[in-house]
Design a protein around this ligand. Sequence first.
Ligand SMILES: Nc1nc2c(ncn2[C@@H]2O[C@H](COP(=O)(O)OP(=O)(O)OP(=O)(O)O)[C@@H](O)[C@H]2O)c(=O)[nH]1
Ligand SMILES: [Mg+2]
Length: 391
Amino acid sequence: MSTFAAVMTGKGTGAIATIQLFGPKSKTILKKIFTPAQNKSPTFEPGKIHLGHITDGAETIDQVTIGCESGSSFAINCHGNPLIVEMLMQLVKKHGAKLVTAEQLLAKILCEQKSLNTIAIEAKLAQPKARTLEGTKIIANQIDSGLTKTAQQWLDKIETISLEDIRAQSAEILENSRIARLLIAGCQIVIAGPPNSGKSTLLNCLCGTQKAIVTDIKGTTRDWVSARCRIGSLAAELIDTAGLGEILTATTIDKAAQQKSIEILQSADLILLVLDNNQPADQLDDKLLDKFPAEKILTVLNKSDLPAGLDAIKLPPALADTVLISAKFQTNIDTLINKIQLLAATQKLNPHAAVCFTDRQQDLLQKLKNAKSRTSAASVITRLLNGKLCV
Ligand SMILES: Nc1nc2c(ncn2[C@@H]2O[C@H](COP(=O)(O)OP(=O)(O)OP(=O)(O)O)[C@@H](O)[C@H]2O)c(=O)[nH]1
Ligand SMILES: [Mg+2]
């Protein structure tokens, strides 16, 4: 087995950084590059911490502490300047360590722990990346209960449980996973609609900064603008797009901007379709509306402070779910936020429910949902619990 090295702390400058050495040659490498402070040979016994210097020949690179975790795993705690970290990484590489990412190294260390099944390893790798605290809890719950428990129960009862039950439960897990993903990975909310309806004003209002330019000139936004913010329990990426509909100038820039808006709509988890409540209901061409994924639309009727020019009853059925606000005067924004959360359905999700949170699990659950026999289902469940990790 090779010896690996990875920077375990985040990118950028910090007070300290940690480089992990893992593998059979770790101690040999350390003996070549580490000079202890008290000038006596360090034991590198598990549980010990040694203070000293890392040197490359006659050159001292940094003062460090070495934490000895096991006979083959050591944490070098150095100063957090990225230039020092890079020099140390190049030095251990020169002495035979393979450089890997923190996630790859963590995966190797976790795979050595025979008590952990694949779902537990995936959970430990996924937890640091979750975008919300709720997301980290959902992932943690999959280790001892959730997905692990459900899969284990299926296997225990595989001779008696009906294939229909496994399929139905798999479908339910996939549906819950779709909701859980919004809490774990975050939610993309696209703000779209005709020019001048107040899309950029709404983005600024929801994210609390003047991120997008607002003017009374139609076609102000061309390149989409994005901002990360919290919407209730959701970690959202809000995307403000160029207005759709009339081509405002004869240039190709307008067309390109509108084309980009339509493309962005396709990947949205939710679309806030902003209409000007002061204007008639036919602000958006039916042909354009066909390009919107209907089930993801929440219609935001903006400019409630002005006289109503729009009769909501005349809106097409796909736009029937409406909320009346004023983005400029921040009126009824709480109702909008509640509606967004209701549509995302995250409040309905039991945090202890079985969900999948990696592509590998998702793929296997899809197979289980369509399993043709109990034998093939059993093989998929076994892979779910103990299959090869994909990092
Ligand atoms: N009265 C009123 N005016 C608003 C409201 N929201 C936005 N506006 C005004 O409407 C105009 C257009 O606002 P924007 O946010 O730039 O509209 P937009 O949809 O991003 O426009 P484009 O980028 O051109 O498509 C500006 O003058 C805003 O101040 C509102 O709630 N009430
Ligand atoms: Mg705009």
